[in-house]
Design a protein around this ligand. Structure first.
Ligand code: FES
Ligand code: FE2
Length: 336
């Protein structure tokens, strides 16, 4: 795949967890562009395009010396701003050479890099002062950003792809109210109501008999956040930051937030994680197979049903256009 910015939304995307970023250079691709990430002497995260301007050696094959990155080929060095600071064996004034630097910021245990020149880092939602437990689960899926966002927002696949884990344990169907609105520019909100209980394992762990439904926020440049509540209190927030590697690969950094209580709720949240991982694996598998198949067939137009209402709204949101629901909010019922 050629390194080009392509047609990705601009904004802040996570490229690594804070824990995995060390002094040793790490190569990560964002929106088709390889980056080298490392920590300088003050332990600050640095991101540069991973190409030495001299003869294109990957800087990530080099090392960090005195907080600067040294190219493995002829030893040119570059500071965190990308400026060349040393050309070995060169006397006199240093010619101005540089590598494009990429803005980086660490938040929520993640290292965010900015693609394009706009946007802010989103803070995962939590609305009260209960102490919380946070867990980060990184993953990678071989499909496009929009395909994976559409997948996590799609309740109609759960009884099949995640049979017994999310839904599909029984043949009983319930009418579930679905509402999709534009909450503000750059943010959609999807609300499911009336589903007392999903007949799958996961809801036995996250909900209880007084399930009050879930609210999903969908934000530019690639964030999906599901807030599960029961008895009108939040019991789990799943915030997924998607990060396009290229057109056909997407990383996901899933942050699970739950109240930190030593008791049954805590135990439930511990059991939740392995089941959650199984669900992620099931999605990865079906998304990878479908994307590869779609390409093998020459990337045809996919057929749409009335349940595929998310797609045009996601396309508009990610490309900065006004989503159709901004003019006409959606509200209907679906038998799940
Ligand atoms: S290629 Fe990097 S110093 Fe020559
Ligand atoms: Fe799924």
């Amino acid at each position: 795949m050629k390194a080009s910015p392509g047609s990705f939304p601009s904004g802040w995307f996570p490229v690594a967890t804070s824990a995995e970023l060390k002094r040793k250079p790490l190569r990560r691709q964002l929106c088709g562009i390889p980056l080298v990430l490392y920590r300088d002497d003050q332990k600050r995260a640095v991101a540069l395009q991973d190409r030495c301007p001299h003869r294109s050696a990957p800087l990530s094959d080099g090392r960090v010396v005195g907080g600067e990155i040294e190219c493995p080929y002829h030893g040119w060095r570059f500071g965190g701003d990308g400026q060349c600071t040393l050309i070995p064996f060169h006397d006199g004034d240093l010619p101005r050479r540089f590598v494009p630097a990429v803005p980086v910021e660490e938040r929520h245990g993640l290292v965010f890099a900015r693609h394009g020149d706009e946007g802010e880092i989103y803070d995962p939602f939590w609305d009260d002062d209960r102490k919380m437990l946070r867990k980060i689960i990184p993953t990678e899926v071989e499909t496009s950003l929009i395909n994976v966002m559409e997948n996590v927002l799609d309740p109609t696949h759960t009884a099949f792809t995640h049979k017994t884990l999310m839904r599909g344990m029984t043949e009983n169907r319930q009418a579930v109210g679905v509402e999709l609105t534009e909450k503000r520019a750059g943010m959609l909100e999807l609300v499911f109501t009336g589903e007392q209980r999903q007949d799958g394992l996961i809801s036995r762990l996250t909900g209880d008999s007084d399930r009050t439904g879930n609210v999903t926020r969908i934000l530019k440049p690639g964030i999906v956040e599901v807030v599960y509540s029961a008895k009108h209190r939040i019991n789990i927030v799943t915030t997924i930051f998607f990060s396009p590697v290229d057109e056909g690969r997407t990383r996901g950094f899933i942050i699970l937030t739950t109240p930190l209580k030593y008791g049954f709720a805590y135990i439930k949240s511990i059991v939740f994680i392995p089941i959650f991982r199984m669900i992620v694996e099931q999605d990865r598998k079906v998304l990878r197979a479908s994307y590869a198949n779609w390409q093998e067939f020459g990337s045809p137009q996919n057929a749409v049903s009335p349940h595929d209402y998310m797609r045009p709204n996601l396309e508009a949101l990610l490309s900065g256009r006004e989503p159709p629901v901004a003019q006409q909010p959606l509200s209907f019922s679906i038998n799940l």
